[in-house]
Ligand binder design. Sequence first.
Ligand code: AMP
Length: 526
Amino acid sequence: MGLAVGIDLGTSNSCVACVRGGQVIVCEDNEGRRTQPSVVAFGSRSVVVGHRAKKQILHSPEGTVTSSKRLIGRRFEDAEVQRMKSHSAFGVFRGDNGDARLRVHGKSYAPEEISAHVLSHMKRIAEAQLGETVDRAVITVPAYFNDPQRQATRDAAQIAGLECIRILNEPTAAALAYGYTRSTKKRIVVYDLGGGTFDVSILRVDGDLYEVIATAGDTLLGGDDFDIAASEELIKLFEAQTKQSFADNRTVRLRMREAAELAKIALSEAEEVLIDLPSAWRTVQGVDHSFTYTLDRHTYARWVLPLVQKTLAICEETMKTAKMNMRHIDAVLLVGGMTRYPLVREAAQHLFGRVPDTSVNPDEAIAVGAAIQAHTLTSTDESMAPSVLLDVTSQSLSIRTMGGHCDVLIPNNTPIPTEHSKVFHTAVDQQTEVRIAVYQGEGRQADMNELLGQFVMEVPPMPRGQVRIRVTFSIDADGIVQVRAVDSVHGQEASIRIEARGGMSPEEVKQAHFGSVADQDLVPEK
Ligand code: AMP
């Protein structure tokens, strides 16, 4: 059997780590880089991933996939997918099952396949450094990921030839990394703002016990949104200057987006930055128009403040759920690349009334925590005390009732694994099936939430009310929902058909699996 690693599969960057001989090793590529861009570039005969792929964005934008994690496990109609569609150079379209799919050079891909390329790249980097086969992984996801997004991440691992031994919430992983080297009894907040998502978790850490008290987040709020907001402002300035509309000009929009991200990173060190794009727009006659603008921190703060405030509102709500006030908190951990930005750090510091702890590396902590968990789940090494994780479900599980309302079965912040049963009975004589629609989310109305599936149970035809079925909804340690049903007449497991569930079918996953032939198509980074 090979090694088990921890992989932080991020929206913008990914990182892989492993525990060996009681030491955590963050794996480096052959140029010593410890994180890899989650970017996949498709050429005519090869696929490149990571730093080499990122370099191709400007000269082959339509062949380079970035931020595909924002599409994983989502329906095409989802507002986020529509937004990605208008901001991406690669194609985004509706798959046969209603899910978002990508089109690159005329070929279609599920977002799971893109994530699988990134996972496979991380696996190779770990194998090259550790000199052993890696075949299992703990993979992290945003705490606020719902069931389809978690399932899709598992499928991505399978395609990449990795057994996913646990789906772990990113903030929980960061807390594990924090607690690993210290014997501590603390209540900590993990504020995690990455490229695509925001999560906050409040945990009680007591020695080797990590108990999540409350978690919340927004899977549509990350560094990408800061870049989109700032690039919209830059586009407005350029439009005023040129008296042109760039609403439909993809090239100008992409350039401004890239400039916005670079300016943001520069502003995290400097008070102001000069944005200088000599050929920001080329007319059909081939005339270049340049764009120059000096952006200062004050103006940037005005542009992105609503996004920062959104994260703070989520933190305050989570503190209320945890029935805590700021005085109860012993440490604030900041993770995710966006927490390098001073405005974000200052906002978190102001809200929690304490200087954030800087002992964990914001880019590596999640992979380190995942590696620790992988070690706990697989090691027989007695010298290392295993950590005990008690996590919670981030979103409520409910069923639709009359009038389209949601009846909550498992509320958010319930410790997982958990299960809850409900008895249903037939309402009509000779009824042959009972249909139950299961939703995830906090909306009171079903249509405000994510439909996980319609569970159709076949029942023996009998007078109404005589067939009772106990349905058990459970959420496992990966945060994935399972449903079982027992028919009270025969005491037998009722047969359940799941309809309207998206994601790749098991056959599609099997077919997409990177076999040895596909592996040769992948060009490892030199
Ligand atoms: P992650 O997903 O944690 O790798 O975070 C990626 C996000 O962090 C992207 O939106 C980056 O633009 C952003 N980021 C990385 N470094 C910095 C920095 N020094 N200042 C501001 N944002 C940064």
